[in-house]
Design a protein around this ligand. Structure first.
Ligand code: G4P
Length: 530
């Protein structure tokens, strides 16, 4: 039973730069899986446009989930009446423009990533950062070139950019027929056939597809077809054909061209997920034994979202199931404390609506309500104990000192810091010189600081202020190097809550200077170590 459920599951995330079309694509996928009957149901226009300030308003209103959620789609590749269902879990990365650790953590919960790029813009900074995390974790990547209905680059230009800049070899499964801005359809490189799309009003419904053989395609599209065929042949000559092993090893990337807005290429993405993306696999525990998917239930918490309801101190922990069958109501053990945890109120998410789940399988994401003791990286299990390695923390790039405005609130302030620290909202750094009253918070993206200020006030009743510190990078160091580093200008040494010693350095020139003058000191880059 579990093996069958696992075989038909695919869990992935879309990695992209803001505005490339992730929300539109998410909606298009939901439309194709017939979860919604018209595009526009999940992300209203206003939702898509939400800015930093809207986001804080939403958090304050405590109504809307803006952090990672998982959308489960039941997709029937063979048509709406088929019994052959693939369960697709799309784990959403935070949609706002800021970049935080949440985004990275989500990537520890997926088995594949879809790298969505804008046909006119190619690789953009946030895509690159997320790509590095995927590569580090060895996650297979499917590339989708979106907005092909708008003027953009040529397929070969985009392929070159990806190969040269990030060393990932795109292997297009389809070649577009018609240049960017004149998207007619796709040449299916596996069959040699032509999939011709028809626009629907406003792109609100599934675009009808017509399947033509090569002769019919030539008759219909003339030069556009000839160009597509030539491009496909050129790719084959260059050895850029799909190779499943290379894809799973993260070396090559099946590539698709789409217009999420017109629903072109969306079915092809779903088909690729069903046919090529890997199903959930067993996972190695800290002691390196592997828990297979068919072993008893176990799961990893990858995201904690708190304070959605300020009166209840609501705390929702999202777990990704690693092995076994999950049944709501099951009492599981929290590996970090050894304490039991009751799962009476397990929930799955659809858009902004929560629904109760009764059973779930490896690859699925389930939200646990009132999960006060759970933190990102924690393991839950039944039967034989298992504990998975912690989620790595990422190299922070923003550092600020946090202070309570009123000294009278010191106790709540400390409690709040511990709470936010354990949830992984920010990293907390301390040293003897600064003392406990003004810890230094380290973040991957500056919006993490705003979240802290807002939650300090609404949940703990403490007004706080930030004072940015003049450091831009962190390096891992050790006790033996700490004293000498502490004497350097533009450097300050801290201990993080997990015990790691970090040297914060003003800028890369200062770092280069110290590395040159004091080559005996430990200064290691902080990298993801998943
Ligand atoms: P994001 O989640 O990655 O940030 O992007 P989102 O889907 O919100 O899309 C950003 C903008 O790009 C939106 O336009 C959206 O309509 C447009 N878009 C997405 N996919 C496509 C596509 O395939 N083709 C074209 N031509 N446009 C696309 P907007 O002007 O910001 O909003 P709206 O007025 O369309 O709502």
């Amino acid at each position: 039973m579990v093996a069958r459920e696992v075989a038909r599951r695919r869990t992935f995330a879309i990695i992209s730069h803001p505005d490339a079309g992730k929300s539109t694509m998410t909606e298009a996928l939901a439309l194709h899986a017939r979860m919604i009957s018209e595009a526009g149901a999940i992300h209203g226009k206003a939702g898509r446009r939400s800015t930093v300030s809207d986001w804080m308003e939403m958090e304050k209103a405590r109504g809307i989930s803006v952090s990672s959620t998982a959308l489960q789609l039941n997709y029937r590749l063979d048509g709406p009446d088929s019994d052959d269902i693939t369960v697709i879990n799309l784990v959403d990365t935070p949609g706002h423009a800021d970049f935080s650790e949440d985004t990275y953590r989500v990537l520890t919960a997926v088995d594949a990533a879809v790298m969505l790029i804008d046909a006119a813009k190619g690789l953009e900074p946030q895509t690159l950062k997320l790509f590095q995390v995927c590569r580090h974790r060895g996650i297979p990547i499917i590339t989708i070139v979106n907005k092909w209905d708008r003027p953009g680059r040529t397929p070969l230009e985009l392929i070159d950019e990806i190969s040269e800049r990030i060393g990932l070899t795109p292997t297009p499964l389809y070649v577009p027929v018609g240049i960017a801005g004149d998207f007619k359809g796709l040449l299916d490189r596996t069959t040699g056939n032509y999939i011709r799309f028809t626009r629907t009003a406003g792109g609100a419904t599934i675009a009808p597809e017509e399947l033509l053989d090569a002769d019919a395609a030539l008759a219909k599209e003339g030069d556009d077809w000839i160009n597509a065929v030539e491009e496909s042949e050129l790719l084959s000559e260059m050895g850029q054909d799909h190779d499943q092993e290379m894809f799973l090893a993260g070396q090559t990337s099946p590539m698709i061209f789409s217009s999420a807005m017109l629903n072109f290429g969306v079915r092809q993405l779903l088909q690729t997920l069903v046919e090529l993306a890997p199903p959930p696999q067993g996972r190695a525990a800290i002691d390196e034994t592997v828990r297979e998917v068919t072993d008893p239930f176990s799961a990893v918490v990858f995201k904690v979202q708190a304070g959605m309801d300020s009166s209840h101190r609501d705390r929702l922990a999202y777990m990704r199931i690693v092995s076994g069958e999950f049944e709501r109501g099951m009492v599981v053990t929290h590996a970090q404390t050894g304490k039991p945890f009751a799962t009476k109120y397990a929930q799955a998410m659809f858009g902004q609506t929560r629904a109760t789940v009764d059973t779930a399988y490896p690859g699925d994401v389930v939200g646990l309500v009132n999960a006060m003791a759970l933190a990102p990286g924690d393991t839950l299990y039944v039967d034989t104990k298992v504990q998975y390695p912690p989620i790595p923390s990422f190299a922070p790039e923003h550092f600020s000192m946090l202070r309570a405005e009123s000294a009278g609130k010191y106790k709540q302030f400390r409690k709040a810091i511990d709470q936010l620290d354990s949830e992984g909202v920010v990293q907390v750094l301390r040293n003897d010189i600064r003392g406990d009253a003004s810890p230094v918070l380290a973040a991957v993206g500056p919006m993490q600081f705003e979240v802290v200020t807002a939650r300090m006030k609404t949940e703990f009743g403490v007004d706080t202020s930030f004072q940015p510190l003049p450091y831009t990078l962190a390096r891992r160091t050790d006790a033996a190097s700490a004293d000498e580093l502490g004497r350097q200008r533009g450097v300050e040494v801290f201990t993080r809550t997990d015990g790691a010693m970090l040297a914060l350095v003003s800028d890369k020139w200062r770092l280069q200077y110290i590395e040159k003058e004091h080559s005996d000191l430990t200064l290691e880059p902080l990298v993801a170590t998943a």
